[in-house]
Ligand binder design. Structure first.
Ligand code: UT7
Length: 332
């Protein structure tokens, strides 16, 4: 095995739609309240895509920022690996649509379907492409238009989700001790629990039909409490795994950057990892749950706020439908 790090995050970019939706807006249409949403989830507002926004267009905006920061152009990309749970079309991949938008003619492009940990899964795949010398420079995306697959009449899910995109340029580096880059990754799944968070209809097993539309079964369904419990257990274990693989202790981590689904899940994960909340990134209040875009969105804000600086050690961890979970330790 090649000693790590051999790949680094050379540039990061995000894109969020301009429309801000506050909790108060749901009070008009659903049997809910700002107080319930804030107390049970920590969410205060989220962003909703407009009619002209697509997963590919949000991804393009995030990718252009990431490439500018990395000092590269679309023609430098060898691969585009895009994590999403809300692809623009079922065929072809959103990654191929993004490739066309960018004019990234040299790249191979494909989607990764791993729900909320989609960005970390995609980063893991990109690191593997670099290790096998099929890529030197990869564009990794986590992007969602969850509002397109959310049942706005279901109070238990409608209040949770938002739209956003995050992009990272993953590039081959010379490595060496104390070099910046990816120090460890961990990915894991348990397909037996798929029906706790899923879209029952609209796929090949139950193609879109009037019956599917009437039952609203093409939208996300979630058994919230069960997902909550599994999320805490899996993210706690994933933190341990990434730390062990990197040979790093929790107290050496400058910032824990967890998937932003619910502030109570984040607090429970941080407690297990032995990380005080001052060293934990939280921005679920501003964006809600943006699934695969959540981790890059949180890293970007942490960098902007100066909480992640050159040399900082960060621990990334996520959990979602599948179930899938993933983690990574990165030296910034
Ligand atoms: O991103 C990947 C994975 N997703 C997650 O990690 C989400 C995990 N789950 C959660 O974050 C939480 O389970 C939720 C926020 C979804 C729900 O919070 P909870 O504390 O687990 O509530 P609950 O589902 O146990 O429901 C408690 C009560 C229920 O009423 P009854 O049966 O006690 O009368 C719900 O009907 O809260 C009710 N409820 C609401 N009340 C007001 C559910 N949604 C709402 C709402 N407003 N929006």
């Amino acid at each position: 095995m090649i000693p790590r790090p051999f790949a680094e995050i050379a540039g990061l970019g995000v894109a969020v739609p301009s429309r801000v939706v506050t909790n108060a807006e749901f009070e008009a249409t659903l049997d809910t309240s700002d107080q319930w949403i804030v107390e049970r989830t920590g969410i205060r507002e989220r962003r909703y895509a407009g009619p002209s926004d697509s997963v590919a267009s949000l991804s393009r905006d995030a990718a252009l920022r990431a490439m500018e920061r990395a000092g590269i152009t679309p023609l430098d990309l060898d691969s585009i690996v895009l994590g999403t749970a809300s692809p623009d079309r079922l065929l072809p991949s959103t990654a191929c649509d993004l490739q066309a938008l960018l004019g990234a003619e040299r790249a191979a492009a494909f989607d990764v379907s791993a729900a909320c940990p989609g960005f970390l899964y995609a980063m893991t795949v990109a690191e593997g492409l670099i290790a096998s010398e099929q890529s030197r420079t990869s564009l990794v995306i986590g992007a969602e238009k969850l509002t397109a697959i959310t049942d706005m009449t279901d109070r238990s899910t409608a209040i949770l989700f938002g739209d956003a995109a995050g992009a990272a340029i993953i590039r081959r580096t010379a490595g060496g001790p104390k070099a910046r880059g990816i120090l460890s990754t961990f990915i894991k799944s348990d397909g037996r629990l798929g029906d706790l968070l899923y879209r029952p209809g609209g796929g090949a097993a139950e193609p879109l039909s009037q019956a599917v539309l009437t039952a609203r079964s093409h939208f996300i369904r979630m058994a919230g409490r069960e997902v909550f419990k599994s999320a805490v257990l899996a993210m706690s274990d994933a933190c341990d795994q990434a730390l062990e693989r990197a040979g790093v202790k929790a107290d050496e981590i400058d910032l824990l950057i967890p998937h932003q689904a619910n502030v109570r899940i984040i607090e429970a994960t941080a407690k297990h990892a032995g990380m005080p909340m001052e060293r934990v990134m939280v921005n679920v209040d501003r964006y809600g749950n943006t699934s695969s875009a959540s981790i890059p969105l949180a890293i970007d804000q942490a960098v902007e706020e100066g909480r992640v600086r050159p040399g900082s050690l960060i621990l990334l961890v996520s959990f979602g439908a599948g179930f899938t979970w993933a983690s990574a330790v990165v030296r910034w």
